[in-house]
Design a protein around this ligand. Sequence first.
Ligand code: AMP
Length: 346
Amino acid sequence: MISNTDIREIISNYDTEDIHIGVLASHSALQILYGAKKEGLKTILISIPEREVFYNNFPHLIDKTLVVDRWKDLCKDDVVRKLQELNTILVPHGSMVEYIGSECFLNLELPLFGSRKIMEVEADPKKKMNLLRSAGIPVPREYSLDENFDDLVIVKLPGAKGGRGYFIAKGKEEVMKKLNNNVKDVIIQEYLLGVRAYYHYFYSPVLRRLEILGMDIRYESNADSLGRVPREYIEPTFTVVGNIPLVLRESLLPKVMEYGNRFVNATLTVENGGIAGPFCLESIVKENLSIVVFEFSGRIVAGTNIYVNGSPYSWLYWDEPMSMGRRIAREVILARQKNELNKILR
Ligand code: AMP
């Protein structure tokens, strides 16, 4: 992985008065571009030819477009040099690693907003759950195939993501049957009953504070539409299709804040300075109002796209329409003013 010393070296050669916020044409790019423009920063969209057509509908959000034949070309020397010449800060999102591959992502010689080390932990399901555990955040019970159990569980197959590749089963026998001998590296978790709630946090190393900027519920196919068809005909699946806004009972907010702060502290063990910028804790609020976290994302999540014009929470901090994309750009500006870009770029 590229070292933070190398990233600092790249930033030291930047003209920080002429920054471009760069993003790959996917996931939450529109919100990130919009937020950067709102804060008066220049933008560059990195796209493949097929995507460019759609993003051309938003010329006022994009100062430059860099078209590459394949996403992985982002790591080619000439592309990296060009982006460095434009003093580009890349904002990673949930599609970036998937598109360019983890090797390119980890070695990319460009400053990224946030922490690539924490995104590396996120990509490893075991390390991910261990980080949450080490933070002292309640997580679902995990089962091993060496033990006997009768409980309702969700089984996560290796490489499963975005809710694809999961199944539900009751008891070990059913798990074994459904796994069909494919037992390597599966994660078997207690299936948590309750209401899903995904909290969008922003940790500001410049202001040294954690903000809850919003929250959502993911709408997942076909688990969320089961009521339309008799249950016995279908197996639930969890492919994220979209996001629905959420506000929480106010009495739950202190806990949400506490878990966010615990997470921030735990990331200090992953790298110096810990997490910077957006992250998400993905939870179930149980009937007894306890919160159990089954997953985290160490970067902007797509649920923030609901709040391009601010959320009921972001208004409370900023008293202006503050999306996650805009908050990222605001942090860049605050860090630049204080000469602290190294705190937010890795
Ligand atoms: P994930 O890929 O971990 O974000 O999970 C995708 C979806 O599966 C979630 O949004 C939940 O609907 C469901 N899910 C994952 N883990 C659990 C769990 N332990 N209990 C209940 N539902 C879960």
